[in-house]
Design a protein around this ligand. Structure first.
Ligand SMILES: Nc1ncnc2c1ncn2[C@@H]1O[C@H](COP(=O)(O)OP(=O)(O)OP(=O)(O)O)[C@@H](O)[C@H]1O
Ligand SMILES: Nc1nc(=O)c2ncn([C@H]3C[C@H](O)[C@@H](CO)O3)c2[nH]1
Length: 214
């Protein structure tokens, strides 16, 4: 049984690479709830009001996916539960959650992590982190075109996205739940360019080979 988890900022290419990995390795893909997420547009319209609710929504849907993925055979998930705390911490630092919400969220997250320890597989086998610069992130967000994520619609997102990248750097350095690999999302256009896709898939397969997983 091999479980891969993707990480990276908004629009880094996690969902795209998840689909490619699943196809290449013949594994099942699990996607974050985005288009069917009723809270996400509310959050972008009024972050202070909906930060806590959105976080609970994501934690709940993420936990459903993880429970399914860590029971089964070979799976790949398009975002890790370890990033949920990053998002919430950042929003809390921006004053979008009060102390009671922060305390309740941390307790609930800790409680869920305890549950994971009791599962047949406690951690993913490999974290695949896609690193992107601010410019690449914006290019991809523009390309995907979700209206509520556009900096033209909401200029305050410029600061939000810069901050997010600042939080991701130490997060990746400190991540130690599993082996990890960093993909250069600025350099490799693995969506449009088959050669780049081959190189990135090669990097992931080499790592899995080195770990004795394939
Ligand atoms: N390496 C890449 N080269 C070119 N285009 C890319 C690359 N990665 C992603 N894209 C494009 O950027 C957009 C965002 O990609 P994707 O939805 O996979 O990102 P994500 O990391 O899953 O985002 P989110 O965190 O918002 O769920 C899509 O339009 C996708 O086609
Ligand atoms: N506030 C907040 N907390 C999270 O845990 C979280 N996870 C994802 N997202 C947002 C980023 C993309 O817009 C969109 C798709 O990833 O959802 C989050 N937003």
């Amino acid at each position: 049984m091999t479980v891969l988890v993707l990480s990276g900022a908004i629009g880094a290419g996690k969902s795209s690479l998840t689909g490619m990995i699943a196809k290449e390795l013949g594994t099942k893909a699990f996607y974050e709830s985005v288009d069917d997420n009723p809270v996400l547009p509310l959050f972008y319209a009024d972050p202070s009001k909906y930060a806590f609710l959105l976080q609970i929504y994501f934690l709940n849907t993420r936990f459903h996916s993880i429970k399914a993925a860590l029971q089964d055979d070979n799976n790949v998930l398009d975002r890790s539960i370890y990033e949920d705390a990053l998002f919430f911490q950042m929003n809390a630092d921006m004053g979008r959650a009060n102390q009671t919400e922060v305390a309740i969220y941390k307790d609930l997250l800790g409680n869920m992590m305890e549950e994971l320890k009791g599962m047949p597989k406690k951690n993913p086998d490999l974290l695949v982190h896609i690193d992107v610069s601010y410019d690449t992130m914006i290019k991809r967000i523009t390309k995907r075109g979700r209206s509520y994520e556009q900096i033209q619609t909401d200029p305050s997102l410029v600061d939000y996205y810069h901050r997010l990248l600042d939080y991701y750097d130490p997060w990746y350095k400190n991540y130690q739940y599993s082996p990890k690999i960093r993909i250069d999302g600025d350099r490799y256009d693995f969506v449009e360019n088959p050669k780049d896709r081959e190189i990135v898939m090669g990097q992931i397969k080499d790592k899995l080979h080195e770990m004795g997983k394939i």
